[in-house]
Design a protein around this ligand. Structure first.
Ligand SMILES: Cc1ncc(COP(=O)(O)O)c(C=O)c1O
Length: 464
């Protein structure tokens, strides 16, 4: 949406300057995999790329993604106006940096930091970077403490469930930490608190808890895990931090269930990530990482950039980064306020409940998660069919809907489900049209030609 606006303006300008394209009747071959030797008219190139991208799915009908596909026109305007600003250039663009700082403050308060003057946070490219950075700090803190006590520090481990996003496995592998993965089961898709307790020991750098799992949208039992870790701290002196992966819930729960304690109100919760580009309602890529206390981010992990004579600390994996999405996040927060976010979240939750109810009423599907905490609905066939959910996923694509089917992670891999993320622009009207299309597609599979295919969640695109 954004880029086409920019391109159209540039196109018009170029048309005024150079007149019509000479390439309309061109027979020249356009190289795809090698650097072209010659220049090509910008309008021709625009058209070539534009036409090819028409083959992409329609983002508004993409029920697979958690990521925002629509923003206010005023947000689009700000995004375009700031596309050319590199966020890391704090000296040149001090205001963008100020805006980032304001958002970190806003989120730290939204997540109920105990001390309003003692927290630290940063923007990231997404939740994956935020998770890596959060866990890296915990690894560092664990090691420093072990060194201080003269204890071995060569075997760090991290405890999380099989229901976590792949970024948790990535962290363990990239940063050389033993992953202790608590299995889910074929009738339970989140972790049990007592299983956490079995896995933790003096080498545990952190426990991971997911609020809004990628697979079913459910919550790990954060309060119970916190209570057990608190007990462990009091009885055995083992102080193990919790990192909450609130990639999805971070911008939902504070508005939908403000009384639900999941954040820094829980004593062991030390860091939280959330995705600005999911229910923060900003386009990709933007994530946030907030630490409960300033000193949880070790000094050695901060790098300093020069800013108006001052040294500004940064904590990111990437150096250069766009400014637009940070500004867009600020726009949403200012424009919507808590009232606006609450209204949008309520509408999404209502539409998700409506979707779940219609699927259940059809008796064709069994609903696994009816959007209890976040607007995600997961379901499977009510009874065995001669075709699979993968077939249904392909079939319903004929109407433009992109809806993923996938098998669950190890220990529940025989369970195949479908997932719909109900975003702001998936209105009640569209929900009804979608359910009708889904039921029609299922009927057609029963009577028409059947093509069976298998795809696992870890293999392809569906689970993002
Ligand atoms: C629970 C969870 N954590 C982390 C991520 C990764 O987030 P991002 O795509 O913002 O890097 C996702 C993505 O869907 C997710 O669902």
């Amino acid at each position: 949406m954004v880029s086409s606006k920019v391109d159209i303006n540039k196109l018009r300008e170029s048309e005024r300057k150079f007149g019509k394209s000479h390439h309309r009747y061109s027979k020249e071959e356009v190289p795809k995999y090698r650097f072209p030797e010659k220049t090509m008219d910008s309008r021709t190139v625009y058209q070539l790329i534009h036409d090819e991208l028409n083959l992409d799915g329609n983002p508004d009908l993409n029920l697979a993604t958690f990521v925002t596909t629509w923003m206010d026109p005023e947000a689009d305007k700000l995004i375009i106006e700031n596309l050319h600003k590199n966020f890391i250039d704090h000296f040149e663009y001090p205001q963008v940096n100020n805006i980032e700082e304001r958002i970190v403050n806003i989120l730290a308060n939204l997540f109920n930091v105990p001390d309003k003057s003692d927290f630290i946070g940063t923007s990231t490219i997404g939740s994956s970077e935020a998770i890596m950075l959060g866990l890296l700090a915990h690894k560092w803190n664990w090691r420093q403490e072990r060194i201080r006590k003269g204890l071995p520090h060569d075997k760090p481990n991290i405890v999380f469930g099989g229901d976590t996003h792949v970024s948790w496995d990535k962290f363990a592998r990239y940063f050389d930490v033993e992953p202790r993965i608590i299995p889910i089961a074929k009738d339970r898709f989140t972790i049990k608190p007592e299983d956490v307790l079995k896995e933790v020991d003096e080498n545990t750098i952190a426990v991971g808890v997911v609020l809004g799992t990628t697979f079913t949208g459910e919550f790990d039992p954060v309060q119970e895990i916190n209570d057990l870790l608190l007990k462990l701290k009091r009885e055995k002196g083992l102080d193990i931090p919790i990192h909450v992966d609130a990639a999805s819930a971070g911008f939902i729960t504070p508005f939908f269930e403000p009384g639900f304690e999941w954040d820094f109100r829980l004593e062991q919760v030390s860091s939280i990530n959330t995705s600005g580009h999911k229910f923060g309602l900003v386009y990709p890529g933007l994530g946030w990482l907030i630490f409960r206390h300033h000193n949880l981010l070790p000094e050695e992990l901060k790098f300093y950039v020069n800013y108006l004579g001052d040294e500004m600390p940064t904590y990111t994996l990437n150096f250069s980064e766009g400014s637009s999405m940070i500004i867009a996040q600020y726009f949403n927060i200012m424009h919507l306020g808590k009232e606006g976010y609450r209204q949008i979240v309520d509408r999404m939750m209502e539409n998700a409940s409506h979707l779940a109810a219609r699927l259940q009423e059809s008796k064709e599907f069994h609903v696994i998660n009816d959007a209890k905490h976040i607007p995600v609905v997961t379901f499977r066939f009510a009874k065995d069919e001669d075709f699979t959910l993968f077939d249904l996923s392909y079939r319903v694509r004929e109407r433009g809907w992109i809806v993923p089917a996938y098998s669950l992670p190890p220990h529940a891999e025989e369970v195949t489900i479908m997932r719909v993320v109900v975003r702001e622009n998936f209105t009640r009207n569209l929900v009804d049209i979608f359910v009708d299309d889904l039921l029609n597609a299922k009927r057609a599979l029963k009577t028409g030609s059947i093509k069976t295919s298998q795809r696992s969640a870890r293999e392809g695109h569906p689970v993002s």
